[in-house]
Write a protein of this length. Structure first.
Ligand code: FMN
Length: 191
């Protein structure tokens, strides 16, 4: 696959089939994350890969609680978009039947330049989404736990010796692939 086709074709997939993901594919996806660029080559990421059915179910239950905390925020923010709320509820409560979930954290608890670190971890996440897409595996980048104020709970539970939770990524073979949202105007200039 051409890189540009992966960049343009990748979508946030929120419903997966039950087809398991091979360990070797998970390893390749993680490797893609590890090869992202980072400020002063800090490689400031730490990933926790949740793959066993028991651990996935535990995480799904945890995310279901996240949704319950997040619902009032959603109801206020998307008062005129009930379909968005309904979709978010189904996804957070089920995780779309994900077959593997990657939690991304900062490697260290403290960095002098946290903004740069977030950029590095984000680059690693995007690399993983693209590597997954290249293998026909769908993904969804999720920061809902942070917006629900649950990031410290996730860190303490999954990576107590590391830094801030950045995002969760669900992975699985797509059962449903949404259309690409229309690109917004005025997002760049060439000078
Ligand atoms: C930083 C970030 C946070 C996101 N958080 C969520 C989330 O919590 N839940 C969700 O369903 N999608 C989440 N998404 C996915 C976006 O909603 C999605 O990228 C956007 O709707 C555009 O769709 P596309 O990825 O198919 O192009 C997130 C994406 C990014 C980059």
């Amino acid at each position: 696959m051409e890189t540009i086709d992966a960049i343009i074709g990748r979508r946030s997939v929120r419903k997966y089939t039950t087809q398991p993901i091979l360990d070797s594919d998970v390893q390749d996806i993680i490797t893609a994350g590890l090869y992202a660029p980072s400020a002063i080559d800090l490689q400031p990421w730490y990933f926790v890969v949740i793959k066993s059915p028991e651990k996935l179910e535990e995480f799904r239950e945890f995310m279901s609680e996240v949704y319950d905390k997040f619902e009032p925020v959603l109801l206020e923010r998307f008062a005129n978009h009930p379909a968005t709320i309904a979709e978010t509820k189904v996804f957070l409560k089920s995780l779309g039947g994900t077959q593997c979930c990657i939690l991304a954290f900062m490697y260290q608890p403290d960095y002098p330049d946290k903004k740069g670190v977030i950029e590095g971890v984000s680059a690693a996440i995007q690399n993983m989404l693209l590597a997954a897409y290249d293998k026909g595996i769908g993904s969804c980048w999720m920061t809902a736990p942070t917006r629900a104020g649950m990031e410290e709970d996730i860190r303490l539970r999954y990576a107590p010796d590391h830094g801030d939770f950045i995002a969760a990524v669900t992975l699985g073979y797509p059962a449903l692939t949404p259309k690409a949202p229309k690109r917004k105007m005025g997002r760049y200039q060439i000078i």
